[in-house]
Design a protein. Structure first.
Length: 122
């Protein structure tokens, strides 16, 4: 199960990576080639689609970061976890989401399915 916790930490680190080339390399290393990423605002598949969603979020929320909120719940090859979008470590999140990540037998993410629990004020 600790491998799945590490996978979640790597996943969140990708969302926080400022360098697009490093982010692309990390996506290629963590996700299967055709992995879908689906949440209420996006439905994409593959490394380029995932990179585009993350880049869009980073552009929209410059200077903010994603952090794990609470424990990662795991079983088999599935992890569910809550994250917050914060202005600084430990701050009250301006957005909160809940993601489920499914991995393959090699530990690579083969799908992420997200839900948004709190959106930024308009």
């Amino acid at each position: 199960m600790s491998d799945l916790v590490e996978t979640v930490n790597r996943y969140l680190a990708i969302w926080n990576e400022a360098d697009a080339d490093k982010r692309a390399a990390a996506i290629a290393g963590l996700f299967t080639a055709d992995a879908p990423y689906i949440d209420p605002l996006a439905a994409v598949a593959g490394h380029e689609g995932i990179a585009a969603v993350i880049t869009g979020a980073r552009d929209q929320f410059k200077g903010l970061s994603f952090e794990l909120h609470g424990a990662v719940d795991t079983h088999h090859n599935i992890a569910r976890f809550q994250w917050g979008l914060v202005t600084e470590a430990g701050a009250e999140p301006i957005a909160i989401g809940f993601d489920v990540a499914v991995t393959d037998e090699d530990g690579r993410i083969k799908g992420v399915y997200g839900f948004l629990d709190k959106l930024p004020a308009a």
